[in-house]
Design a protein around this ligand. Structure first.
Ligand SMILES: [Zn+2]
Length: 331
């Protein structure tokens, strides 16, 4: 079969790889119908050292079940399913707590050992715990929105939950990428009265406003912090969603959080330490977040997508096929 392989910074190829197949009785085999790229793919795309074997790409996908192992109970051949960006058994103590990214028998797609979603097919370990059946056909107009349930919408929701967004409160979102935009959707969905978006791309800002952002801050660094303070009577936001993962974005997030407030971080940290330690300590700021257990949120968010109450599929701005991945990739 054919699949996308990253060999180093800026070096993405479509190659012939061994066919995906069932190995464990708990596996399912999917034929991929939709997949996307992630903000976390941008880091290796910028920095990955050249590799002889390369790593398989794609952890956000929808597909049709082609076959299942003998122990699989919840999905069957012919089902259209969405997969979260981590696979999980659904039965261990962390899965029961809704923290499937810490599953004792789980893991992450792609890399050097497992199939990735950017290919013709994928072997799904722990199919019962991992996959969720979609109630529509593979060409339904809602596919983009349903695809976001594999990562970005669930991740934006996780940031909002970790930042303790609540009705009547002020939320701020650092980062106007797909997760930040979904963070705006999530903050509004959870009842935030005011949503301040920190971003500077005109098309994304327009989308953020459509999604419910009430204020836009396009300054950076100290000027951005100053602007948010002005907008919040000098005290900062109750809830701050950190959707980038860089030192500067985390510093900004902590600096614009109101005393007693919370930062929900979902951008994969690119630095070892948390900046602005003094400031966040003396403000009693809660720092929470991590890889979103999106599997826990799919059932909660899917009805809102199905019924058009939220439109996270609008974050996609380019569509291509497998052959187009190496050249059409967004830089
Ligand atoms: Zn588990």
């Amino acid at each position: 079969m054919r699949a996308t392989v990253m060999h180093g910074a800026g070096d993405v190829r479509v190659e012939t790889v061994p066919d995906a197949r069932l190995i464990e009785p708990t596996d399912a085999l999917l034929r991929i119908t939709r997949a996307c790229i992630c903000g976390s793919d941008l880091w290796p795309y910028k920095k990955m050292e050249p590799s002889k074997t390369g790593q398989r790409m794609g952890h956000e996908f929808i597909g049709v079940v082609e076959a299942v192992g003998k122990d699989v109970r919840t999905v069957k051949r012919g089902d259209l399913v969405v997969a979260p960006f981590a696979w999980s058994d659904g039965t261990c103590e962390f899965c029961k707590e809704g923290l499937q990214t810490s599953c004792l028998h789980g893991g992450f797609w792609g890399g050097t050992k497992l199939d990735g979603g950017q290919g013709e097919a994928v072997r799904v370990p722990q199919a019962d715990g991992t996959l969720v059946v979609l109630p529509v056909g593979p060409d339904d107009a809602l596919m983009p929105g349903l695809l976001t349930l594999s990562d970005v919408m669930g991740t934006g929701h996780h940031a909002a939950r970790a930042a303790k967004v609540a009705p009547g409160k002020t939320a701020a979102v650092v980062g106007d990428g797909a997760v930040g935009l979904c963070g705006v959707i999530a903050a509004r969905r959870l009842g935030a009265e005011r949503i301040i978006m920190l971003g500077r791309h005109p098309d994304r800002i327009a989308l953020a406003k459509d999604f419910g952002a009430t204020d836009i801050v396009s300054e950076r660094g100290e000027a951005a912090i100053e602007k948010v303070r002005e907008l919040t009577k000098g005290v900062g936001a109750h809830s701050v969603l950190e959707c980038v993962g860089l030192d500067e974005s985390m510093r900004t997030a902590l600096s614009i959080t109101r005393p007693g407030g919370a930062v929900g971080r979902v951008g994969v940290p690119q630095d070892e330490s948390i900046p602005a330690g003094d400031d966040s300590f003396f403000k009693n700021v809660t720092i929470s977040g991590g890889p979103a257990p999106v599997r826990a949120y799919i059932e909660e968010l899917m009805p809102d997508v199905m019924e058009g109450r939220i439109e996270p599929g609008r974050v996609f701005d380019r569509v291509t096929n497998l052959d187009g991945v190496p050249t059409d990739i967004v830089r």
